[in-house]
Design a protein around this ligand. Sequence first.
Ligand code: OAD
Length: 260
Amino acid sequence: MRAATLPALPAAAARAADFMIQPLSAQDRVFVLTGAGISAESGLPTFRGADGLWRGHHVQDVATPEAFRANPEMVWQFYSERRKRHATVSANPAHFALVELERHLGERFFLCTQNVDSLHEQAGSKRIVHMHGRLMQTRCSRETCRTKPFEDDRAYLSRAEIPTCPQCGALLRPHICWFGEVPFSMDRIFEQLRICTVLLTVGTSGVVEPAASFVRMARINRARAIYIGPEEPANRPFFDEVLLGKAGEVLPKLVKELAG
Ligand code: OAD
């Protein structure tokens, strides 16, 4: 997919978290995009930070279909470690603030997360899609097999432990969108980007496509674009507002302002 070619907005200064934001109107529809940053305060590492998940791993060793074919044991060890860590963490105030916003907006709210954790659900989010899949789900590795992904929190640490598909016998894999694969629910996501009037992006570095281009797509229909995180994202020029700070501190206040 190619990015839309809109001119960047004139760079407005990024602001620290003491802000005044125009409240939402009864016509506004909010599309929220979240990334690893929203779960950072829960204790889950981001990907590209100093202690990021990709620091100790080569993406091509653990997050591609080729890696799984070459070394399924190493791939499962990586995701099994993440499953174990996930069991020790809880949703934080940023996740709960989005639940508040959803309650306020009803069907005018849509949450698209790049995160594979279940913290949004744990907080109570309902109108949500996981474009990069779910850490706690497993599916068949054979693309043509029709077996559905299923809930699975187990760890598979050796080749012998990796289960096979009851239908076709292929190895089971994590239900994750790896590099080179097509993210999930894209039709629904594009439709929601088309109709939203506000795009709220939280805790994502803005370097991974297609999510990095959502801000440009939303702006085609003149949506107001707000970013929240401790540092400016790579796609920063396309945002109207950048609110610098941790999601758990900024989002609860922002949601109050938006809800009026
Ligand atoms: P990154 O690790 O690339 O970026 C995390 C972002 O969160 C950074 O911009 C940080 O500044 C920000 N951040 C850190 N702490 C924060 C906090 N307390 N509050 C708010 N923001 C904070 O993670 P993503 O952008 O989510 O894909 O990465 C996108 C995709 O790349 C992931 O879904 C994953 C990865 O490769 C797959 O695995 C398919």
